[in-house]
Write a protein of this length. Structure first.
Length: 341
């Protein structure tokens, strides 16, 4: 993706976010998380799993990836707070029609904050609430939203969460509430100074912007994945190069280096059966004993031998070590790897 496409994508994404208050459109699994109150002042809380993300900024993740490798980047991502968007729908005519909460949960510390919230009223007006500071997560629906974000295994009926058959998003949650959960209530009327034609046009505008946002988000996410894969590959290549450089410095026999990345079948086919082997974590360790270049007799015979230990991972030689008295490994007759393999 060139810089112009990248800039255009980010601009489109930002415009859609501003227009639609970040409505989720890339549906994952939608849930009714919580119910509160009694008729006619009930409330329902919805969320979609596709809007749960790590709050670790992509640039920080890339920096950690380059500096410390993929495992450290993954650990940092998992340890970061979770961002989530939650929809609150209210029944009473004096209450807002719905509120879109954008929250962050620090799972390890049991605390939360609101980064913003959009309040949609039945008189066709809208307000935006200011962000809040980190604080302990209160009981009630906030605690349930934290569980949803931090504990995927808890998204069950046993924990008071109902999986929905359709997506819960900005356009659907209010209709869903009245058509499925509040069939015994009376839906308040909406008031607006706009004509029916203007309302319909606005709805079409919102739906079109939702579709554009979906495409833009997919493109941005794909770009971020590509960047992370490139960074991960570069980090692994750098680690591999550093390991090879260190190994070449300590190797007593350059021929051993040719066996790095050799298939296990070729190694055993050339070297023969090892003296012994054992499995350790994700690796198999094969031990070979090479005789001295010049045969010796008596107690000095063992001292002239070179012990080679090959470390095999995923079916190929990953590393090796060599040990022996004096220059026994340097002078040992190390089998050469075939140039065709």
């Amino acid at each position: 993706m060139d810089s112009r496409t990248n800039t255009a994508t980010r601009a489109a994404w930002a415009a859609c976010l501003a227009a639609l208050a970040s409505a989720p459109v890339c549906a994952g699994e939608s849930f009714l998380l919580h119910r509160y109150g009694e008729r006619p002042a009930r409330g329902l809380i919805y969320a979609d799993s596709s809007w749960i993300e790590s709050a670790l900024p992509p640039e920080d993740e890339s920096r950690i990836l380059f500096a410390d490798g993929p495992d450290a980047a993954m650990s940092a991502r998992e340890a970061a707070p979770r961002s989530i968007q939650v929809f609150e729908v209210m029944e009473h005519e004096s209450a807002p029609d719905k509120i879109v909460h954008r929250l962050q949960f620090d799972c390890a510390r049991g605390r939360m904050r609101s980064t913003s919230a959009d309040v949609y009223r039945r008189n066709d007006t809208q307000d935006t609430l200011a962000p809040t500071d980190w604080a302990p997560t209160p009981a009630g629906w906030m605690s349930q939203a934290q569980r949803f974000a931090c504990e995927p295994a808890s998204r069950t009926a046993e924990h008071g969460m109902t999986r929905l058959d359709s997506a819960a998003n900005l356009l659907s949650v209010v209709d869903l509430s009245w058509q499925r959960f509040w069939t015994d209530g009376k839906r308040p009327r909406y008031t607006s100074s706009r004509s029916k034609t203007q309302i319909a046009a606005r709805r079409q505008e919102v739906e079109g912007a939702l579709a554009r946002l979906s495409g833009a988000m997919d493109q941005v996410h794909a770009e971020l994945r590509d960047q992370q894969e490139d960074a991960r590959a570069q980090a692994e290549a750098a680690a591999r190069s550093a390991r090879a450089s260190e190994r070449r410095e300590r190797t007593p026999n350059p021929t051993l280096e040719s066996w790095i990345d050799a298939p296990l079948q070729l190694l055993v086919g050339t070297w023969g059966d090892p003296v012994s082997y054992r499995d350790e974590d994700r690796s198999r360790l094969l031990h070979y004993l090479l005789p001295a270049a010049e045969p010796r007799r008596g107690p000095a015979a063992d001292a002239g031998r070179c012990t080679i230990k090959f470390i095999v991972r995923n079916g190929t030689v990953f590393d090796y070590t060599a040990s022996g008295a004096g220059n026994s490994c340097e002078n040992a007759a190390v089998p050469a790897r075939s140039v065709s393999m």
